[in-house]
Write a new protein. Sequence first.
Length: 158
Amino acid sequence: MTSNGSHQIFVLKNAPDLDEEVADAIETTFGLERDLQLVLRKNIEQLEPGLKIIDGNKEQIVESGRIDITAEDANGTTVIIELKAGTADREAVAQILAYMGDLISKGKTVRGILVAGDFPARTIAAAKAVPNLHLRRYGFQFSFEAVGSDIAQTVPAA
């Protein structure tokens, strides 16, 4: 870990004391967030009707960090969308509030949507204090279809 002003930089590659399982978990988490972002960018209306992405399909960099998705709602309000793979802790609330603050200081009307797989009670309680912050739980739905020779196979009646 190195420090750069107020930011800390963690170097994961070639760290002999880093457990391989921890590295795999971190890579999986980043991969899931990246995949979630790609899917949501293609289906933003599923999150909220009337949303349109306004960030040029890339994370917007602000003083506090990188906004996962910047959108605009049907009323013209800027919507900051922060994605978390798995559970969103109170730090996620602080993170999205910082992004919202960055844009508010530039004169924007802003609200936020924090998307995660789950929210502990403390995260929900913290978000209740901010009327323009909304929590949304994601879920997956799988579908299966036959491919190749399976299409022609039928199950005999008993």
